[in-house]
Design a protein around this ligand. Sequence first.
Ligand SMILES: C[S@@+](CC[C@H](N)C(=O)[O-])C[C@H]1O[C@@H](n2cnc3c(N)ncnc32)[C@H](O)[C@@H]1O
Length: 292
Amino acid sequence: MTPDSLGQVVDVDGRVLAGGIVVDVDLVGVQKTLNPVLKAKALDNRLPVPILGDPHAERVMRRLDPGYDKGRFRASQLGLAAVVRAKALDDWARDFLADHRDAVVLNLGCGLDARVYRIDPPVTVEWYDLDFPSVIDLRRQHLPPREHCTLIGSDVTDLAWLEQVPRGRPVLVVAEGLVPYLTEDDVRRLLTSVVDAFPTGRMLFDTVSVSAWRGSRWDPIGRMYNAVFRCGFDDPAALASWHPLLEYVDEAPMNDSPVLMDRAPATIRRIYRLLNLIPSFRRSSRILRFRF
Ligand SMILES: C[S@@+](CC[C@H](N)C(=O)[O-])C[C@H]1O[C@@H](n2cnc3c(N)ncnc32)[C@H](O)[C@@H]1O
C-alpha cells in the first residue's frame, strides 16, 4: 500500500483505498474497451518522439495494471493507430477552441482519456466528460478534478444528460472510439439532437466500415471484452444527410497516417505497411469532422 502521485493510497493493483475499503469498479462489456486505448497511449508516451505524448495515460495505466508493459508482447505498439486518432481529434479540437473560447465541449465515451488536461482549454470553455457511471467512478479515482470540467455518468443514448449542458453557445463534440459501439439509430438521434440543441458547432468522431462492423463478431479482442461493433459506414460523409444543417468537412488518415509511419517503431511500421496493402483494412477506420 503506497501513496501515489495524487496523494491517494493505492494497493498493489493500483486500486484506491479509502478509509481501509477498496473502492473498486467492475467494468463490464464495452466499458472494458477503454483499457487497450489507454494502454496504447501509455506506450506511446515512452516512444523517443511520442505521437500524442500523454503522461496521464502512462501514470493511470501503471496504477491500473502495474505490469502492463512486462512480458513478451505487452509492450507492443500495435495499437498506435488509436493514438494517431487521439492526436487528430486533439488537433481539430484545439483549432475549434482557438476560435470559440466560449464553447461547450462534450467529450462522449471519454473512458480514462485525459483530453481536457492535454488541451488545457481556457476557463471560458465548459467541458463535459461523459461515460457510463462506473467508468466515471473509475475516472474520479484516477484523474484529478478540474474546474470547468464536469463529469456525467450516463449512457450516452439516454439523451436526458443533454439537459445538464448549457445551450446557446458553440459546441464541440468529440467521440473517440464510441460511435461503432452504438446502433445506427442511436448515432442518428445523438447527432441530430446535438444539432437541434446548439446554435453552431463541430463534431469529431471515428467510424468503422461495414466489413469491420460485420467482422467484429469474430474479433478475439471484441469477444474477450464481450463488446462488438453495432454499426458501420462505407461512406461516412453521407451522415451529413441526417440533418439539413449538418455538413461533412473532412477526414484525417489513421492506419496509413504519415505520423504513424514516421514515429512507430520499425517492426510496427512494417506490419502496418503490409496490412495497408489490403484496401479494406486501410479504410476500416475513419476519423471524421462535421460542422453545423
Ligand atoms: C474504445 S473506448 C474509448 C475511450 C476513450 N474515448 C479513449 O479514446 O480513450 C469506448 C468508450 O465508450 C464508452 N461507451 C460505449 N458505449 C457507451 C454508451 N452507450 N454510453 C456511454 N459511454 C459508452 C465505453 O464505456 C468506453 O469508455
